[in-house]
Write a protein that binds this ligand. Structure first.
Ligand code: UN1
Length: 498
């Protein structure tokens, strides 16, 4: 067998081995015989090196004019576009989602990079009149310093780009810890970033576990901001680590997103949307449609069509374009999803309408595959109603009326995304107003956010910040209000002009 390539950490513009001398393997979840790459098992010494490099690079990078920083981002985006196909293939090999989706993931990184490149010439502040004569007022953004980033495996390039690009265009420097299941996509991304003109130390990557890399990074006093995407449980730890020093802390966490289908909806359209929302990315999206709330009048009709289509989903290696759904990212992820398939049936007593385990057949033996699984008659109180599963499982939930559907939608600890299928404009607008989430769709599923709108959620999904769009700049900068008095005399605000 061909020996797998060894990847190093990227620190101060160089590829370097970890101090530990140890490595870990990145395994293809669709074929566990294939080692996609060997990565550094780093520890706090490597984090220290990376933060030192980033802190030093910050001194100069913050003074590079923002439009110049933006130009480098343009070059990065152009290069990613050129290499899109290879980057997508690498991503499918390490993460498992099908090629159409990894191309989408790389495209999302490209979109964000172009968008943030443009912010180099905008990043608008305000000018506003003073209440005094001969005084000028403005507000400007200023960078923070070293930003630490901890990114997940489900969007291995898009989410790192969502975090790094706004931070960089604002004038910050970055240390990123990629998910241990998908470090290759981040290694590919930072390689392009280094080669396209980011000065040494401006972006640094350290691979390894949350305990040995993520934790020392977020506790390092020189790190001014931590941006994290992952589980609510770990998000709480990140928040606690940031609190004593009042670091900027941006958290993007769990979801249990719902689609409401009303009795006047175009059922076939809703079935198409729900299938894509529930089983796209093997259900491994924060935005996945994991609860489908159905008006009782169309419950049976929708359930019949939906289950037939779910059973027909073509599962297999994502590199083969005839497959529609790849494996779970790892064995532990698969086991956790299989456990929920049992919990739904045994503990909760929900009705298993299809799936419920691993697909059978020789072709699935070497991958972490799970069946598209649909639970019917799901009601509040069941664990599968409330808990994020992050896999190929969704619930059908009966609703008595529009008001009942809204109540069920809001009966959720999370608040990332939700949607409604209806032709009734009154219901659509009421739902837009009354479902308390950060993202809402009408006649589309809960997935598919675009990079020029704010992304994030309410309740236990987030901590009040947003990624993407200009809102992302807020995470990675501080406002400074500036008053210039050119009157030559003392002018006391709120006093002298009364
Ligand atoms: C995520 O699942 O963490 O809206 C991100 C979407 C994608 C991003 C998902 N554009 O589904």
């Amino acid at each position: 067998m061909k020996r797998a390539k060894v990847y190093k950490n990227f620190i101060n513009g160089e590829w370097v081995k970890s101090h530990t001398g140890e490595t870990f393997k990145n395994i293809n979840p669709a074929n566990t015989d294939e080692v996609v790459g060997v990565f550094q098992k780093s520890d706090k010494r490597d984090v220290n090196d990376a933060v030192t490099a980033a802190a030093k690079a910050y001194k100069k990078w913050r003074l590079v004019p923002a439009p110049k920083r933006g130009e480098i981002l343009y070059n990065i985006a152009n290069r990613l576009l050129k290499e899109k196909e290879q980057l997508s293939q690498d991503m499918t090999r390490e993460m498992g989602k099908v090629l159409a989706e990894t191309r989408g993931d790389v495209q999302e990184a490209i979109d964000m990079t172009y968008y943030m490149a443009g912010e180099g010439r905008r990043a608008f502040g305000q000018t506003t009149p003073s209440e005094m004569n001969n005084k000028f007022c403005m507000s400007v953004r200023q960078p923070l310093g070293v930003c630490g980033m901890i990114t997940p495996w489900n969007f291995p390039m898009a989410i790192p780009a969502w975090k790094m690009m706004p931070a960089l265009v604002m004038g910050n420097t970055v240390v990123i810890k990629p998910a241990t299941d998908t470090p290759l996509s981040v290694a590919n991304l930072v390689k392009v970033m280094g080669e396209e003109g980011l000065p040494p130390g401006v972006v640094n990557m350290v691979t390894g576990s949350g305990g040995s890399v993520g934790s020392p990074m977020m506790h390092d006093k020189r790190v001014e901001c931590v941006s994290f995407t992952g589980s609510t449980e770990i998000g709480r730890k990140v928040s606690e680590a940031c609190a004593p020093d009042f670091k900027h802390c941006h958290l993007e966490m769990g979801g249990k997103n719902c689609i409401i289908v009303m009795d006047d909806a175009d059922i076939d359209l809703a079935v198409d949307g729900a299938l894509w929302g529930a089983f796209g990315t093997t259900g491994q999206r924060c935005t996945a449609s994991s609860r489908i709330i159905l008006h009782k009048k169309i419950y049976n009709k929708f359930a019949r069509k939906f289950v037939n289509r779910a059973k027909a989903i073509k599962i297999g290696n994502g590199l083969d374009e005839k497959h529609q759904m790849g494996p779970a990212v790892s064995e532990s992820q698969m086991r956790s999803v299989l456990e929920y398939m049992k919990i739904g049936q045994q503990e909760d007593g929900a009705k298993l309408l299809c799936g419920g385990g691993r697909p059978k057949g020789a072709k699935y033996r070497k991958g972490w595959y799970t069946q598209p699984t649909v639970f019917g008659d799901v009601v509040p109180g069941m664990r599968v109603f409330h808990e994020e599963i992050f896999g190929s499982v969704t619930d059908l939930i009966p609703a008595k009326s529009f008001d009942d559907a809204i109540k069920l939608a809001n009966n959720c600890a999370y608040g990332l995304s939700a949607s409604i299928y209806t032709q009734n404009v009154n219901w659509a607008f009421s739902a837009m107003r009354d479902v308390f989430t950060g993202i809402f769709y009408v006649n589309a599923p809960t997935i598919g956010a675009e990079t020029h709108l704010p992304f994030g959620g309410t309740k236990h999904t987030g901590n009040g910040h947003r990624e993407a769009c200009t809102q992302a700049l807020g995470v990675f900068s501080e406002w400074k209000s500036i008053y210039v008095d050119f009157s030559g005399v003392i002018q006391r605000a709120q006093i002298d002009n009364q």
